[in-house]
Design a protein around this ligand. Structure first.
Ligand code: NAD
Length: 431
């Protein structure tokens, strides 16, 4: 084993195709691997996904026709324990994207010290045009197709974009029916409370992100309640972040969803925005604000920016115009590596996704532990354990950033890679 060779060149020439999401994940991995001088053998093991399953499957629609959908389940690493990762329903899902998200899940679990490897799943579908019945049929068939990987001690899904507790309930029931019918609650997390879900899980990713922001503000001496905040994405994660920050006195001046954004420099009344969204299915045209595009939203004059929608939103193109001084990556992969370098040079603090949105998987871990023990914790217990993990993880990442003189993302990756490499090394290579 010798000292690190880079797999990817630093930054692609402009006439070359943009790097794929998986290229980005591998580039981030290599940057951190360089910092710790990770040997080439370990790089070869950790820079690929262990298992990649692609499935094409038919679903009978309400009108009697049959449609064929494509889905994936990828496990990046199972060295530290069972693999853990969400399932996403979106028309743009690709194997490449799922692989990147699976790798990030490995690092995410490691950075907050959970006994899991990383996985991710997805189906190429626009769930908004399906009836509940069609969505259930699709979910049950997809679960069956990937069931060779799933299990409470092998691979445990959770919600992600466009999936929710009801979808998790169907996954639980389908898996359980294949195993004698008695519910196996530990096979999935983010399920309804009735079926063994955890108090606080629905809000956990957003709440964890707020704990991360609070700890960063304490560390960098920023007075949080006086900050102006912009949140991109107003789904589960984004709306929770906006709600909690609003409730502690921050001025949330801009929010957006897939239809566009709204802006009010005096601050939006988030409970009213939530009520409006429930009624209109979008936040666009909210009466006490002006409409902005998603592109404009990211560049608004604010102090804290929370991307909570999809990947690759902050790019080399808009990074020079971002005004926030703190970015908390609630979404997975919202910043491209080129943008990252620009933000770092501009002194903007980026709380990286593998840390900033780890609250979801952390409370998923709590849910899994509760399910295995058939015992439930109170919401206060869940939230305070989550807070402790988010604070301790931040301190450790911050310490690594100072030790190696690297941005927080690289520091978080360094800690995560060291941990997963150690599991891999100590377990050894079979045979
Ligand atoms: P969600 O489906 O509940 O919400 C997504 C939101 O983003 C919606 O408001 C949607 O309208 C909006 N959106 C979609 N495309 C957009 C665009 N181009 N511009 C602006 N807004 C757009 O999903 P979620 O669970 O809130 O997940 C959001 C992000 O957080 C994803 O990157 C996901 O991977 C990440 N994440 C979620 C969890 C979780 O527990 N739900 C955990 C970790 C990370």
């Amino acid at each position: 084993m010798d000292g690190g060779t880079k797999v990817l060149v630093d930054s692609p020439a402009h006439d070359q195709p943009a790097p794929s999401l998986y290229d980005i994940a591998v580039e981030q991995f290599n940057t951190a691997a360089d910092v710790i001088g990770l040997d080439d053998d370990m790089r070869r093991i950790l820079s690929v996904c262990k298992r990649e399953l692609a499935v094409n499957f038919p679903v009978e629609m309400d009108d009697g026709t049959v449609q064929v959908f494509t889905g994936y389940r990828v496990q990046h690493s199972i060295a530290p324990g069972p693999s853990k990762g969400g399932i996403r329903y979106h028309p743009d899902v690709t194997l490449d994207e799922v692989k990147a998200l699976a790798m990030w899940m490995t690092w995410k679990c490691a950075v907050v010290g959970l006994p899991y490897g990383g996985a991710k799943g997805g189906v190429r579908v626009n769930p908004k045009v399906l009836s509940q019945n069609e969505l259930q049929n699709l979910t049950r068939r997809y679960t069956t197709e990937i069931s060779m990987l799933l299990g409470p001690h092998s691979d445990i899904p959770a919600p992600d974009v466009n999936t929710n507790p009801q979808v998790m309930a169907w996954i639980l029931d389908t898996y359980s029916m294949h195993h004698g019918g008695v519910a196996v609650p530990a096979v999935v997390t983010g399920k309804p409370l009735l079926l063994g879900g955890s108090a606080g899980r629905l809000e956990a990713t957003g709440r964890g992100c707020v704990f991360a922001i609070e700890q960063a503000c304490r560390t960098y001496d920023i007075d949080l309640p006086s900050q102006r905040v912009v949140v991109q994405g107003f789904g589960n994660v984004g709306s929770t972040v906006a709600q909690i920050l609003h409730s502690i006195g921050c001025r949330v001046i801009g929010v957006s969803d897939s239809h566009g954004g709204i802006y009010n420099p005096n601050g939006l009344d988030i409970p009213s925005v939530l009520a409006y969204k429930r009624q209109m299915q979008t936040i666009v045209d909210f009466p006490e604000a002006e409409n902005v595009t998603n592109e404009e939203l990211l560049e608004l004059d604010c102090d804290i920016l929370v991307p909570a929608a999809l990947e690759e939103q902050i790019t080399e193109e808009n990074a020079p115009r971002i005004k926030a001084r703190l970015i908390a990556e609630a979404a997975n992969g919202p910043t491209t590596p080129d943008a990252d370098r620009i933000l770092y040079d501009r002194g903007i603090i980026v709380l990286p996704d593998i840390y900033a949105n780890a609250g979801g998987v952390t409370v998923s871990y709590f849910e899994w532990v509760q399910a295995l023990q058939s015992f439930s914790w109170t919401e206060d217990e869940v939230n305070s354990r989550l807070q402790r993990i988010m604070i301790e993880s931040f301190m450790a990442i911050h310490e690594a950033a100072e030790q190696y003189h690297v941005p927080l993302r690289t520091a978080a990756l360094v800690r995560a890679i060291q941990r997963v490499a150690e599991f891999t090394r100590v377990r050894g290579i079979y045979p």
